[in-house]
Every structure is written in C-alpha cells, then in structure tokens.
Design a protein around this ligand. Sequence first.
Ligand SMILES: [Zn+2]
Length: 489
Amino acid sequence: MRLIIRRLLITFFLMLIGLIAVILYRAATISPPDIDVEVAEITPVDSAKVIDRFSRGLQFPTVSPQDPEDFEPEVFRSFISFLEEEYTLMHERLEREIINDYSLLFTWEGTEPDKDPVLLIGHYDVVPVEPQTEGDWTYPAWEGTVAEGFLWGRGAIDDKSGVFSILEATERLLDEGYQPERTIMFGFGHDEEIGGLEGARRIAQTLQERDIQLKYLVDEGMPIAEQIMEGIDSPVAMLGVAEKGYLSLRLRARQEGGHSSMPPNETSISILSDAISNIRQNPMDGEFSDLLRQTFRPITPELPFAERLVLSNIWLFSGLIESQFSNIPYINAALRTTFVPTIFDSGIKENVIPASASAIINFRIHPMDDVEKVKNHVRDKVNDDRVVIEEMPRARNPSPVTDIESGQYDLMAQSVQEVFEDMPVAPIFFLAATDSRHFHDITDHVFRFRPIRATPADRTRIHGTDERIGVNNYLEMIQFQIRLIKNST
Ligand SMILES: [Zn+2]
C-alpha cells in the first residue's frame, strides 16, 4: 500500500514539475509575430504648406449640434469651397459627388477598374465646445494654433486629421503623376457625431445602388497607443476590427402608491431596485476571446515576467485573467457586454409613495452577443412580471469581426510598419461607434484606425478640452495614407 502511495506521489510531482517547466518555457520563449517589413522611403511633402492648410481647416466650426435647429449650413458650404480651392488636383482629376448637400464622395479611377475599389472614409463634422469650458483651452478651440509642437483645436484628433491626411496624401500623389491600379474612393461624412444617418449612411446607400463591393474600408477608430501598460515601452498600433453594439432598455415597475406613513412591503421603487440589482449580480458572460489573445500576442513578450508568465499560458490561466481583467473597466468592456443604468425616474413628493418607477439601462453589446440575446438575458434575470421592459430607439447589433487572417489585415499592418519601424500591430475591438457601421453590406473588411499617437492622458482631449495632435504625428499620418493608397493594388 505504502509503495503505491509513494509511486502516486512521485508521479504527481513529476507531472507538476513537467507542468511548471511547460509554463516557464512558454513564458521564456513567447515571441511577437514576425515583422518583416522594411521602412518605406519618406515621400517628401511641403510640411509648412500642409500644416498651414490643416490649421485653416480647423478654423471652420463644422459643428454637429445636438439640436438640428442649430445646424449652420453656410459653415459646411464654405468648408467644402475651402477644399475646392486648396486641393485643386483632387478636384480636377477625381470625380467628386456631393451626397445629400454636405457629404463628399471622391472616386479616383484605377487603371484596372474591374477590381473591387478601396474606400477610405472620415468625417469633417465635430462636436461643439461646451460654452463653460472655452476659457479652459490652452489655445483657442477654433483658431488652429500651431504651438509647442502641436496643432490645437476642435477636430485636431476627431476626425479632421483623418480627413486632411487623406486629402494631403492624394494631392501629393496626384502631383507626382501617380495613378492607382485599383480604384480608390474617399468618403467624408458631415454628421458622424450625431449618427451619420444623413452622411455616411447615404454614401453607403449610393455605393450599394451601384452594386459596388469594397476590397476593404478604413475609418477612424483606434490609435497608436503609447504607455498602454506598465513595462511596455513600445507604442502599439491598434487596428480596430470590430465595434460593439448598442442598446438601451427602459425598465418600468408599477405598484399601487399611497401615503408614506403606511408603506406596503413592496413599492414600485423597491421592485425596480431589485430588478436592477438582479441584473447587476448576473453580468453577461465574458470571454477571453481568440481576438483578445491576438490583441495581447504582440505585446506579451515585452511584459514583466509575472504578467508574461500568465499571458503566455492563457490555456491555463484564462479564469484568473478574466477575473483580474473584469476589474479594469476598459478591458472588462472588451471581455463582455457591459451595462450601466443611466437615467432614474420616480417620485414627485417626499411623503407620497410613487405608483411608478422607471430606469434606463444602457448596454454595449459584445460581438459574441446580440440585441435579442441581451433582452432575453435581462428578462430572465429580472424574472418579475411587474417590471415592463421596453426597447428604446437606436438599438443596433455589434459589427461583424474582420478576419485578421485576410490579406487586407496584412496590408494594413504593412502600411503601418512601413512608416513606423517595427511597431507591433494588434487587432482589437473598438468600444465606441463609427460611421463604418453603415458599410457592412458592401464589405466584410473594415478597419477602424488612425495612426494618432495617444497616451492614456490624451483620452480626455477627444470631445474635450485641449484637443490637439503632434505636428510630426500629423506628417506621419500623411505618410501612412500614402503607403495605404500605394499598397492597395
Ligand atoms: Zn469621430
């Protein structure tokens, strides 16, 4: 008997040692995906000229206001005229269509027009500057100031740098007589910040009516992330290959009201609170998906040993990783469908029990779920007939996930690395929404990416105060667009 136990113990220890050896080996040998891209020669551009043009472009307050009454058509028209005056080659040699009065569609016909075209899109509308914050800007929001190595102003990041870098790249290539093999199209929307229904969606409909299928589409989205994690020095180009869906549900509980001196056991408010608490205690399942594995793959070798040990052995530690990451809001948002109550409404007087209580809960739907699945989950967890659940307008399913094994993904990565030497490229979910969602019927290959260098501290500048982009970074963006166009053969 003792002999058997001894043998079992020895076997167990040998297995344990073997397991530890495997874990350590994987941590020690994990390597980033091969980068075998040579840096491309820089295409010289007239820096002073392109910076001045961008600065002037930032001076147009092309604001998408919350209230359509406040829309200022003449600003948008004069912006379009400004582009006509500045980008003369583009307007001479490409076909330009004005879609729905203010959005623009350019077509640069290739020498092989039978090939599926590429579409690069962006939006030139911007969010307003909150009136009380105007004085907080280091340089005024609408002057396009060039100072301290940056271009300052509303739209400097989102998304005029995208639009202008595309315009500059095209104008530059036309100037040298370049002609693409494959037809390249450019779409610039005028209402992305309020949903893109009048701009990008109309551009997409126009292309669909012409039976156009795209080879791929590039829109704004994820940046080049700097200082993403402690221990990672290298910036990482984050290619957004999917975006989350959107849903708001109104939960309403009704129960007899009355005088607050004789409260019943349950009231509309308590019923509603229980419902929300049930949802809170039962979040939707998270998943350390294949895509998230791919996200971490290029950066894992650079991590400190403990983190590297865990992330290079996801097969063993996925539970641990999920529970740790669930506490970090932006990673949790990439793991699962998230939800948060955003509006509460009940009661009119302090001594009256309200007969009705309602709350709106906002969901951001992970690509592994959809609107129906979320609604069923909520119904199931609330499990109370006294709570009526109602879907609010503007729900949409998550986008499809772009295949990262495709040639299109490689082409994006190559274009990045030709400009940014040896920079790791990682696929990732985009957590907000872009105009690209209107184009899913005409392409399976959508990338949401701008090569904008962004640190975590820069996050508040987007839609916030002191929006700015590095002057050199803007020049890099132009080079990237040039590479992208040239590689789209
Ligand atoms: Zn934007």
